[in-house]
Design a binder for this molecule. Structure first.
Ligand SMILES: Cc1cc2nc3c(=O)[nH]c(=O)nc-3n(C[C@H](O)[C@H](O)[C@H](O)COP(=O)(O)O)c2cc1C
Length: 225
């Protein structure tokens, strides 16, 4: 792999106001800070080769504003993006094709994940298939129900979920005050993470572990080519 792989961090809420962009940025910053202090994927085995440092990009479903799924053909049966009916599908297909792996940052809504995420997934199949992913959920109790449900759906489009058994990462708001701020889209103070007053320090480690698993799949995938 000569060009750096792109990893997409998907912002999975679209309401206004919302907290998801802050949490997605926290995930990105966490990975970047750990990346600088951690070794690259193992290159000592015969099956592994080094990959260039990945490029991490945010993908905001709010910006994409896809209509409710309106293609005539089941995406799994599509053999070329030119077969899609709509330009918005071809554009979404090109976007997802350009990434090697994904991190879904998702709020729990009523014990599930937001409908906009399912819609964005259902538009495509081959563009997701075979790529590694993990899910970072958040909520009053960490969003475990939505995390498990979304991971099952990602397996349904043949993604490699939770490489190395890392599991999903659940971010639990540390109290009612933060939950209220999140709901109002106010600053929830994530810049303090890692500092004296920070929270989600253990979760930041879990994000780094899950990310390592994701990189491992990329490295091993490259080794098979
Ligand atoms: C429609 C809706 C349903 C919600 N359901 C849950 C829930 O089941 N569990 C939970 O912990 N929080 C729930 N919340 C609170 C969210 O965790 C909180 O509002 C958070 O800010 C949502 O993320 P967002 O701001 O990025 O949309 C819900 C919020 C909304 C808007």
């Amino acid at each position: 792999m000569s060009t750096p792989p792109k990893i997409g961090i998907i912002i999975c809420s679209t309401r206004q106001p919302r907290v998801c962009p802050q949490i997605a940025q926290f995930v990105l910053d966490t990975i970047k800070s750990k990346q600088s202090t951690q070794p690259q994927p193992d290159t000592t085995t015969t099956t592994s080769i080094l990959i260039p440092p990945p490029v991490l990009n945010l993908i905001d479903l709010s910006t994409w504003a896809l209509p409710f799924f309106n293609e005539s053909t089941i995406p799994r049966q599509i053999t070329s993006p030119s077969q899609y009916d709509h330009e918005h599908t071809r554009a979404w297909s090109a976007e997802i094709t350009s990434y090697s792996a994904f991190i879904f940052v998702v709020p729990q809504y009523n014990w599930g994940y937001p409908a906009v995420v399912k819609n964005a997934i259902d538009y495509l199949y081959h563009e997701w298939s075979g790529k590694p992913a993990f899910v970072v959920s958040y909520g009053g109790h960490g969003g475990g129900k939505c995390n498990r449900q979304l991971r099952e759906v990602l397996e349904g489009v043949n993604m490699v979920v939770d490489a190395g058994g890392a599991g999903g990462v659940e971010l639990r708001f540390p109290g009612r005050e933060v939950l209220g701020k999140a709901a109002r889209g106010e600053d929830i103070g994530l810049k303090k993470v890692g500092g004296e007053e920070g929270y989600w320090k253990e979760e930041a480690i879990a994000i780094a572990v899950a990310y390592e698993g994701l990189l491992r799949v990329l490295v091993e995938g490259q080794a098979k080519v």
